[in-house]
Design a protein around this ligand. Structure first.
Ligand code: ADE
Length: 229
């Protein structure tokens, strides 16, 4: 079973997310476990302080190294980790190939930044990879960690009901997914494309591929240069 440990100073942001949806099912079926750690539990300060003023001045607090070192070392004493990942807007941009690679790992740690980020020595001493989920700044790394954990866990074979459905996602082959329809076959005069009702599997597959290409051409032509088919 894959294990993802998330270190945060706002655990409640994450625990409700992971107790819902497919992630809880993945846990109950024995495919993946997410464990959330409260950084404050590792603070030795009287008020459980985990941040402090930046040396040299400037606005914003910085997460201290000692509680982060303590939680990471405790986890490392219990099992070995393939990656210790820091969520940060100056990390490498997260994408589907990265999700695919991470889904093959056994144990990973996701460290959520807050305020102005973490003491640089945390990054130098412990972090093996830094990930950004996009070119915008969030107030903490919790949502980015949830994004990474969700996209990785759903790729583990067996987590989704239909084993092939993760493979047909947008981006898996550098194409956007084709449109999908369900009943009714006609809504207020708007009909489902006839071919989908035809029962002819090969024609339907060809139609879907054509729709994917058209859709990608229109919205994300940048993806097509990497698409080989
Ligand atoms: N923390 C704050 N903003 C972030 C982003 N865009 N990606 C990852 N971590 C972040």
């Amino acid at each position: 079973m894959m294990r993802i440990d998330i270190i945060t100073c706002v655990p409640s942001l994450l625990t409700s997310f992971f107790s819902h949806s497919i992630l809880d099912r993945a846990y109950r079926k024995g495919y993946a476990e997410v464990v959330v750690h409260d950084l404050r539990d590792y603070s030795t300060h009287k008020h459980k302080q985990v941040d402090d003023y930046a040396f040299g001045g400037g606005a914003g607090m910085v997460l201290k190294i000692e509680p982060i070192a303590a939680v990471i070392r405790k986890l490392q004493s219990e099992r070995s980790y393939d990656e210790i990942i820091y969520m940060t807007p100056d990390g490498a941009r997260f994408d589907q190939p990265t999700a695919n690679r991470l889904s093959l790992l056994k144990n990973i740690i996701l460290l959520c930044g807050h305020y102005k980020g973490v003491d640089q020595r945390v990054r130098d001493l412990f972090i093996t990879r830094e990930i950004s989920i996009g070119d915008y700044v969030l107030s903490g790394g919790e949502i980015p960690a949830a994004v990474v954990a969700d996209s990785v866990i759903r790729l583990i074979p067996g987590v989704l009901n239909d084993e092939t459905s993760a493979l047909s996602d947008s981006f898996q082959d550098n194409l956007l997914a084709p449109p999908v329809y369900t009943r009714p076959a006609e809504f207020e005069g708007h009909k489902v494309p006839e071919i989908l009702l035809s029962g002819h599997e090969a024609h339907i597959e060809a139609w879907r591929m054509e729709q994917s290409l058209l859709h990608t051409q229109k919205r994300r032509p940048d993806l097509l240069k990497d698409h080989n088919n």
